[in-house]
Design a protein. Structure first.
Length: 216
């Protein structure tokens, strides 16, 4: 317990100075220039800073943000997605969604063969069906439920989670997070987390989760 408490504060130290851990390192990116946000600290406070400003490679308006606040915001969104999936049973309805998409496409093909649908319309229906296939066919309800069971208590107990475990936890759910100013503007989920995020998808980018401009 004493060792765990020590690890909970920091993972290592050098010269008596505690080494800071940044769970979003490698994930958090600037929403303006796309550059990675680097972890840095000042007077014991952790921040994420746009690497383009550190390296002075471009005149990006992105400011430095408190690490604790942006990490908490990301976790809150992910927790809401997991809770929603469990509460609404979305992970159990993926097969139904795929079946409905297939039925709709088969009906569209019949209408096209009967001359009641244009070539443009049937092509649009085909693209719609293929999109549904790509987003839903890999979903294994049992595996997704297991992921929910694993992630829900981890997100709820975030404040008591070891720093190194936080990093692993976030990488299970997201590949990238985008920040503009103090506002988290988007998350890109991992393949494993994608089925849980389906209801949160927007049309502004491939696999992008709308965050509704969560201001920090």
């Amino acid at each position: 317990q004493e060792l765990r408490a020590t690890l909970g504060r920091h993972c290592r130290s050098k010269g008596g100075i505690t080494a800071q851990i940044y769970p979003l390192a490698g994930i958090l990116r600037c929403g303006y220039c796309g550059k990675p946000m680097r972890g840095t600290s000042s007077t014991g406070i952790r921040y994420y800073r746009d690497s383009s400003r550190v390296e002075k490679t471009c005149d990006c308006p992105q400011i430095s943000v408190r690490a604790e606040e942006i990490e908490g915001s990301v976790v809150k969104i992910l927790q809401e997605i997991v809770d929603y999936s469990i509460r609404c049973g979305d992970i159990r309805t993926s097969n139904d969604k795929l079946q409905k998409a297939e039925t709709r496409y088969e009906r569209a093909k019949e209408l096209y063969m009967q001359g009641e649908m244009t070539r443009e319309a049937i092509q649009s229906e085909k693209e719609r069906y293929e999109k549904a296939q790509n987003s839903l066919q890999f979903t294994n309800p049992n595996a997704i439920m297991a992921l929910c069971v694993e992630l829900q208590p981890a997100f709820e107990g975030w404040n008591g989670t070891l720093p190194i475990e936080r990093k692993k936890l976030l990488r299970t759910a997201i590949r990238a997070a985008y920040l503009r100013g103090n506002t988290l503007v988007g998350l890109k989920p991992t393949d494993a987390f994608m089925p849980l995020a389906q209801e949160k998808l927007c049309n502004c980018g491939e696999g992008g989760i709308r965050t509704r401009g969560r201001d920090l």
